[in-house]
Design a protein around this ligand. Sequence first.
Ligand SMILES: [Zn+2]
Length: 209
Amino acid sequence: MRALTRLSKGNIKKKTPVRDQIEATKDIDRYEMGWYGRRSGPLNPAATKRTEDEVIGRNPRKGEIRSIHTHPNFRRQMLLENSAYPSSFDLTSWSIEAAATDLRYFHVASIGPDGKVMGYFSYAATKKFIEFSKIELKYYHNYEKFEHDVPQFILNLERRLCSEKHASGRAFRESEVSEYFVKKGYLAHRITPMPGYVFSKDYGFFVKA
Ligand SMILES: [Zn+2]
């Protein structure tokens, strides 16, 4: 597996500037937040609007290669919805961004009810993902043509996401989508629990060790 930027190298288990920056953000326990980052250095805020379920953000700038956003876990029902995984909406949005910008790395930070990072889900785009994304971008507004080279699974997913709101995109298991991308070689993946936490595959979120 290829390295996933400094964020996910071994030193992440120590308190890092990135983690400090995330945890110092206002209302981080409750509202999603998003940033873009260059290869190193502090994260640049990307959010123009934050809610409990999504973050609306600006477009990435040239040289910003990583995206990171949070998934708060203060509501118990979210814990049963694979909250550590990127949502299907997350992945398809990134796919579109990756086709047009430098964003090659994508991280989801799970935030505990105490406002602390419980763990990260990190992805690196492969060449296959970028190529796929370019096709997707080209046909984004014309799904009828978006048939060759695209598995039916993704096609169905896309149609569903287009016709429903972000929240209802959570109705099917998020793990199915990202695991499909990883299995087929579109994405490299790393799960990084913070000290004191483990990832529960059964529930799709981080739990206290
Ligand atoms: Zn998300």
